[in-house]
Design a protein around this ligand. Structure first.
Ligand SMILES: [Zn+2]
Ligand SMILES: [Zn+2]
Length: 177
């Protein structure tokens, strides 16, 4: 929890907030990927003359990812910058859009960080940018070993097979789009 009473009394003055935040997600939230329960948030904020908090910072949280291509498991930190504007919670307005601080100046940092992790979670997960994936025929991990099927990758039924073979066949770069 962050309390912004001091910032409210001192508009435009910049404050720093750094904390470890507990972010417990349900096990299936990120399908097979796992987000550690402790995230680090590091940010600066100030309050403007309309009592809106302006936050700028970053979140860093260790994760265990499953590669979309080779299904390999690897550890990496999810790291992203963010900016948020937070208004005072209105007593009449019931809609839950966005974040708000309460009448005591408390900001629910945990809720904000959890939401930021969800919106910033990668949609495409690769163990490395050029992950070769698995052979679709025998299932070997092509990052670790080659298999006999890779030379025949350009199937005979592919209408461009002849052309592709003329351009140099396998992986020498000349046939890449
Ligand atoms: Zn991979
Ligand atoms: Zn194979």
């Amino acid at each position: 929890m962050l309390n912004i009473q001091k910032a409210l009394k001192s508009p435009l003055e910049e404050f720093t907030f750094k904390s470890s935040v507990s972010v417990d997600f349900e096990p299936e939230t990120f399908s097979n990927n796992f987000v550690d329960s402790i995230a680090t948030v590091n940010m600066n904020y100030y309050v403007d003359y309309d009592n809106v908090i302006h936050i700028k910072g970053f979140v860093d949280v260790p994760c265990k990812f499953v590669c979309d291509r080779c299904a390999g498991i690897f550890q990496k930190n999810l790291y992203f910058d963010f900016e948020e504007e937070i208004c005072k919670k209105s007593e009449t307005d019931e809609d839950d859009d966005g974040f708000a601080y309460d009448e005591n100046g408390n900001v629910d940092i945990q809720e904000i960080v959890k939401n930021l992790i969800i919106t910033n979670f990668p949609t495409k997960i690769l163990c490395k940018p050029d992950c070769k994936g698995l052979c679709q025929v025998c299932g070997v991990n092509l990052n670790d070993q080659e298999c006999e099927h890779q030379n025949k990758k350009i199937g005979k039924n592919n209408p461009f097979a002849d052309l592709l073979n003329k351009l140099g066949g396998k992986n020498n770069g000349s046939s890449k789009k």
